[in-house]
Design a binder for this molecule. Structure first.
Ligand SMILES: O=C(O)c1cc(=O)[nH]c(=O)n1[C@@H]1O[C@H](COP(=O)(O)O)[C@@H](O)[C@H]1O
Length: 305
């Protein structure tokens, strides 16, 4: 039974209060150099703590990318723990981008590492990969449900290489990505105002199915491959009842106007995510905050809020 303490309900409420934007915290070597910092643990610490101070009380969501911390070994992981704690203290929901995915028994350990409130790396939600089978992610869905956490499953990623596997057709005529979207949505049921199980849809991908196409897809499931393959890049989000993380904004070319293009009416569930673009006006925190405010407004307007 969903409650107001669940990730979906908290995300819905905070996005309305602070805006839909997710601030990526990626201590990328080139970003550190842009700020006049060395690409080492000390530089990374200055970079992420400045960004955290600038965005964590202003944005509903922050998304540290784990690999950019892990590259500094145990010191980097300790820094990640600190950033998670600071962001949560400032009221932001932390989505840890770890893109985990493994056989079920190992997936249970990954889930424990990030979704069990007793873990030092506990966050509000994580990103996971369904390419060992969406069913292999069930331990993460179960632990998230038990503790009011969220899970974002990669469906259509922002990189051009993703299309080959994600748009491959299943025997029932749906794309692999559409199968993931539909399977994740089963976890959400009719939760109000939305479920806690999200998907990742890159801002750089093709447009969603038009309404007519979506209806056609329902009536043609499994009947003819030709009909389905004509709508090569189409996906149908009309039934999706969870948050939709949209990376690929800014540095990868995605724009606020891509939100309705890629998500259709589901754009009001969007969490547009920027990493490099947010750091770009730094290191002055005031400049970062002003830029974030502008992006929040642009995204809100594009989402029709
Ligand atoms: O799961 C993600 O966050 C993600 C999925 C995806 O399809 N594409 C994608 O770029 N990301 C992540 O989003 C961030 C994008 O960074 P920028 O291109 O600098 O905004 C990186 O941390 C990526 O790992």
């Amino acid at each position: 039974m969903p409650t107001t303490k669940d990730f979906g309900a908290r995300a819905h409420r905070l996005a309305r209060e602070r805006g839909p934007l997710c601030a990526g915290i990626d201590p990328h070597g080139s970003q550190l150099l842009n700020w006049g910092l060395d690409d080492d643990l000390e530089g990374a610490e200055r970079f992420v703590l400045t960004l955290t101070e600038a965005v964590a009380d202003q944005c509903a969501f922050v998304k540290p990318q784990s690999a950019f911390f892990e590259r500094f070994g145990s010191g980097g992981v300790a820094l990640l723990e600190r950033v998670i704690a600071e962001c949560r203290k400032a009221g932001a929901l932390v989505i840890l981008d770890v893109k985990r995915g493994d056989i079920g028994s190992t997936m249970a350990a990954y889930a424990q590492a990030y979704l069990d409130p007793a873990s030092p790396l506990a966050v509000d939600a994580i990103t996971v990969s369904p390419y060992l089978g969406t069913g292999s992610l069930q331990p993460a869905f179960d632990l998230a449900s038990a503790h009011g956490k969220g899970v974002f499953v990669l469906a259509r990623t922002s990189n051009p290489e993703g299309k080959q596997i994600q748009m491959a057709k299943r025997r029932d005529g749906r794309s692999v990505a559409q199968g993931v979207i539909d399977e994740v949505n089963l976890q959400n049921g009719d939760a109000e105002p939305m479920g806690s199980f999200g998907i990742v849809m890159g801002a750089t991908i093709g447009a969603c199915a038009a309404e007519g196409d979506a209806r056609l897809r329902e009536s043609t499931y499994g009947i003819t491959h030709t009909t389905v393959s004509q709508r090569d890049s189409a996906h149908d989000l009309s039934q999706f009842n969870g948050p939709i993380l949209v990376p690929g904004m800014g540095a990868q070319g995605g724009r606020p106007s891509d939100l309705p293009r890629v998500l259709g009416a589901a754009a009001n569930f969007a969490i547009p995510s920027y990493s490099r673009q947010i750091a770009q006006p730094g290191p002055a925190t005031a400049s970062i905050r002003t830029a974030v405010e502008g992006l929040q407004e642009e995204c809100r307007a594009a989402m029709g809020e």
